[in-house]
Write a protein that binds this ligand. Sequence first.
Ligand SMILES: Cc1ncc(C[n+]2csc(CCOP(=O)(O)OP(=O)(O)O)c2C)c(N)n1
Ligand SMILES: [Mg+2]
Length: 700
Amino acid sequence: MAIAIDKSPTIKSPRHPLDEVCINTIRTLAIDAIQAANSGHPGTPMAMAPVGYYLWQYVLRFDPQDPIWPNRDRFVLSAGHASMLLYALLHLTGVRAVSKDYERLGEPSVPLEAIKAFRQWHSRCPGHPEYRWTSGVETTTGPLGQGLATSVGMALAGRWMAAHFNRPGFDDLIDYNVYALCGDGCMMEGISSEAASLAAHWKLPNLCWIYDNNHVTIEGNTALAFSEDVATRFMGYGWNVTRVGDANDLDMLDRAFGTFLKERERPTLIIVDSHIGWGAPHKQDTSAAHGEPLGEEEVRLTKRNYNWPEDAKFLVPDGVYEHFRDSMGRRGKEQRDAWFGRVERYRAEYPELADQLYRMQHRQLPDGWDSGLPTFPADRKGMATRNSSGLVLNAIAQKVPWLMGGSADLAPSTKTRLTFDDAGDFQAGDYSGRNLHFGIREHAMGAILNGIALAKARAYGSGFLIFSDYGRAPIRLAALMELPVIYVFTHDSIGVGEDGPTHQPIEQLASLRAIPGLIVLRPADANEVVEAWKVVMRLHHEPAAIILTRQDVPTLDRARYSAASGLAKGAYILAEAPGGQPDVLLMASGSEVALCALAHERLTAEGIRSRVISMPSWEIFDDQDAAYCDSVLLPDVTARVSVEQASVFGWAKYVGRHGQSIGMRSFGASAPLKDLQREFGFTVERVVDAAKAQLERART
Ligand SMILES: Cc1ncc(C[n+]2csc(CCOP(=O)(O)OP(=O)(O)O)c2C)c(N)n1
Ligand SMILES: [Mg+2]
């Protein structure tokens, strides 16, 4: 169906006669999909359709045929509830699907049927945009503020890649821009402040946030809870701030994006004044337009205001697909093809760098990446696992140039600093550094790591385990997105000692283990740390948390106990009763494994047959076949003791209904470690007594 351009246009200063029809197509697709689903958020897609349209159609460097082209511009919908805006754009621009293994598939990412099935089982248009599920979605959004902070990571990775890969004659090999669209909610969330502060500190000029300043959130007008001057706030951070007084004015949008593209030193914030539910006669400018369908009658009246056929549903008028194809599609393809041509010439001149770029983009590792790993001799005093981890990380990072990361101001404690020559610090003015300084901003750090990982660099972040809570939301999203982000969490128990209960993690281990898809590894000694890093580096689709001690732990004598390579199976028999056939199982992770080994020696001396199981990763162990699991956790042996200086939550799964878990049932306390271990019962005597009690119980 063709749509006549009415005398009362809804869009100001169009560049092309079809601009208005295209914008109203986006609006009405959103309205119709949400009405059909009887669920969703129509107001913001209706209001921001001109902004999304203008950006995609005239600014964004994005080839719908190849939505994973490495130098594409990124668009992040931080206001994830406005997902229909993105789905409409993905549909109308004809973005193609890509497989999990980065193969381009011919079919559309978002066919019209998917929009018709918005929010329904298995539709490519879920309630909020999901990375990996819908091609062209650059990151999963919905938890407000996450998209903004993630976009900082994408921009950071772009600057790092430019510094690393660009060469004379190829100074624009990597020069992508990152756009993120947010609303009042994102602006209110603390994470946006953390991320904005960092983006300005790093002077990321390739970052553009678009703020939908509609003064409405769920409870009503933002005057209820938000009165700061956002422009002044961002100027204070050091951003380039510009305004668009009318979301429907394409000239104003053009000028604002032009301001961004000219900026060389600062991130840009475009504040767009818009009217939520624009064009809906009874719902515009009200919170009623935010999160519920307009209702059949209001839909009709709104369409009338748009000069749209009132009864048409999911209408894409004649010429709309073609207009997107001829503008954004053609431009994107030319840019993408030219880029791959440049990469071919680059490969001829810089074969090693080109190989790195390829491997990085395919999440492969360089040949020989694990050739320089240390092995640690047995040592009764041993070393803190955070220290051995620092050595291992540095050995790996020297071989994997795109492994980068840092800490929320705790690198001297978490031992995550890369100390070798040329590792450098990522800072404004020198983007080649691989040590990232997040300042004391755990929440933004997590989301920035996600952004870096989405650009396919390997990212790690570190901090005290206790503060993982501050960064938990992005960890969860990394797992949901299947991103191989690495977290190094140290000071992992009451072993922290004198800092006391505020700094002693209790429930954090259990709560990380509860996140689906996250691999949690708590290695027992230096050699298990080596094996843990080997496992982690090989992950493609899972984030991993390596949980490490502040205090020294013995380096176990592997001539006497089994090899640390058993860690790869998640849990393994470390020490066995003489001749096999144990009567009692002792299981532990991390610093408590050595304690169990001592208890085992004592029990053996008393003629009691015990087995020690080192259990660094529940997730990996649970993934082994039943035969292996049963060979480690002998089903017939019900006398079982677990030991972990953390909440006992979850251990029942392994010790069984009648087993005993030695762990924490309260918060810790401020005292020297030895006193804490005595008071809370992490002693050889206690483990031995528990083992004996278990044997007694099992016999009767
Ligand atoms: C972290 C987080 N808290 C709460 C919500 C629930 N929520 C979804 S949208 C919204 C209001 C957002 O207002 P705004 O960003 O102004 O969006 P608009 O209504 O203008 O589209 C809230 C509270 C959420 N998605 N994420
Ligand atoms: Mg709002």
